[in-house]
Design a binder for this molecule. Structure first.
Ligand SMILES: [Zn+2]
Length: 156
């Protein structure tokens, strides 16, 4: 059985190639591997955006820095999917809109809970887990496996 069984779908990962050579938002994944949940903040206008950006969505500045986000949040809205779940996922697939602080909400998967378990107002915490490495072209035709991680939340 694959380590991603029931945990991960590529359709939910917009940047499957996580290394410096492959994506300009690689610091997000580097930080995630250390258990930090981060995003970009604009040094010029102060706008934070999630997911992380390479250009500020407000002022188009490229003068961005990575800032830490809270590892816990509060559930605002829950969706529970019982049918039409992507291949490899357990049923139900539970997602929530999660308020991290008074300015930032994220939409994310909530793992390890059953139908009806998760309610508005519940506290959830970040979970970082490994996903199957992806083969990438290396030097002289070599194929390297790129280590990858992804995130979800679970009840705190
Ligand atoms: Zn800005």
């Amino acid at each position: 059985m694959s380590i991603v069984e029931g945990k991960y779908s590529a359709t939910m990962d917009m940047w499957p190639l996580q290394s410096k050579e492959m994506t300009r938002i690689h610091p997000f994944y580097d930080n995630l591997k250390e258990g930090r949940f981060t995003t970009t903040s604009c040094r010029d206008c102060g706008t934070r955006a999630f997911p992380p950006r390479v250009v500020c969505p407000e002022c188009l500045s490229e003068n961005l820095e990575y800032v830490d986000l809270p590892l816990k949040g509060k559930v605002l809205i829950v969706t529970e999917e019982e049918v039409g779940v992507p291949v490899g996922f357990e049923t139900p697939l539970i997602h929530a809109m999660i308020e991290l602080d008074d300015q930032l909400t994220v939409f994310a998967r909530v793992m390890n809970c059953k139908m009806g378990d998760l309610k508005e107002g519940d506290e959830v915490k970040l979970v970082v887990y490994p996903v199957d490495p992806l083969p990438v072209d290396g030097k002289k035709g070599a194929i390297n496996l790129q280590e990858r991680v992804f995130y979800a939340f679970e009840k705190a």
